[in-house]
Design a protein around this ligand. Sequence first.
Ligand SMILES: [Zn+2]
Length: 465
Amino acid sequence: MLNIQFYNSLTQKKELFIPIDDEHIKLYVCGPTIYDHIHIGNARPIVVFDVLYRFLKTQYPKVTYVRNVTDVDDKIINRSRELGITAEQLVKNYLKLFHHAISKLNTLAPTVEPKATEHMPQMIEMVEKLIQKGHAYVTNNHVLFSVSSSELYGQLSHRNLDDMRAGARVEVADYKQHPLDFVLWKPAGDVKPSWESPWGAGRPGWHLECSAMASYYLGERIDIHGGGRDLLFPHHENERIQSCCTFGENEFSNYWLHNGYVTMSGEKMSKSVGNTYKLYELLEQYSPEIIRFLLLSTHYTKPLEWSDQSVAHATENVKKFYEAFSRYNFIPQNRAISEMDFPNEINEKIQQIRHALADDLNTPLALSVLHQLLQGVHKSHSDKERYEWLVGLAYAGDFLGLFSVSPAQWSDKGEVSIDVESFLNQRKQARLDKDYAKADEIRDYLLSQNIAIEDTAEGTTWKKI
Ligand SMILES: [Zn+2]
């Protein structure tokens, strides 16, 4: 059994990983809020925690990985109004696009992907418990969490109440007992969607969904909670306090893992700054293998710089592997022998990958071992020997979710964009034929590919959304 260590944001130390139950690991990761395409900064936690999930599965008999979908939020409501569609339609479209894009990056589906809107009873129940226990109060049609009701508040992000007040853009409202008290439930007014509750028709606060869904699927205490560094405060601080106070535990998750930002010219990539690359746009330009490789080339706790140079560097690296697969006519997905059959020298390299990942997911080190395996391929003296190194390389790449594309399909370029005009002509014909079902089907397909069309007096126009 390997010694597994993770950097725990709670203790700010690298710690030995001791599961609650050796037979069943419980992992929760905060997923996206679905109101637009994800950018590469949002894709980083998806890939980082995919590697963690893959690794834990090699070490323990059962791993339950829960990654939520935030499908109720003011951003969703505002964006759906802009586009003139319902919040439900907006989520449906963008969730499809999200799944499409991340599956290109060869990420495994989580065990459960719960949606906030499908867990209202669990959230309402949690709010009721928090009120009963004196951790929450009803005021001005809102239910607020009282941050001064527990000593635990601030421990995860290592701030005291005064620091937090200064650092957070908190909404100051005179009905709050403390400026940092946060919303558990708020009135919806005339805005849809809303849900009935003991406090009137309303919507939950964002933090609440993760606490409610984590406990519903994983129990009151979990092994690992993951997410981007930007979620540490206030989101994770608030999640933690809600869960601890509901269940009377002094901890919600034993290990808190946070990935660093993706930066451009050293500045954090963020939608509000506008310095983002959308994942689907990058997938049109580069092979998903290159994007995944780049995302793993920096240790997950550190900032990752996205630049022409870093993309070129990743491209050069991935090309070397695929050139070898092509030259030796080797398909990395079809390997027949298990690692037990590997000669010692190859086995050692595979063990090095395991140790690298056990040491707080050291993916840069693991990638350097892949290069050593590639050297073994090139130095081989016989076809048999070369084949063993190639299989070892493909086997090792699997730990990182790499080499999912066959050499025949490999190209350093992204996917070919679709020929919109030909679809529009087909749709025009369908409408002439009065086959409106087919016309709608084509429109929906284009929408799923980020193309919105509009019928005007002059004909049909289209734009990328
Ligand atoms: Zn969350």
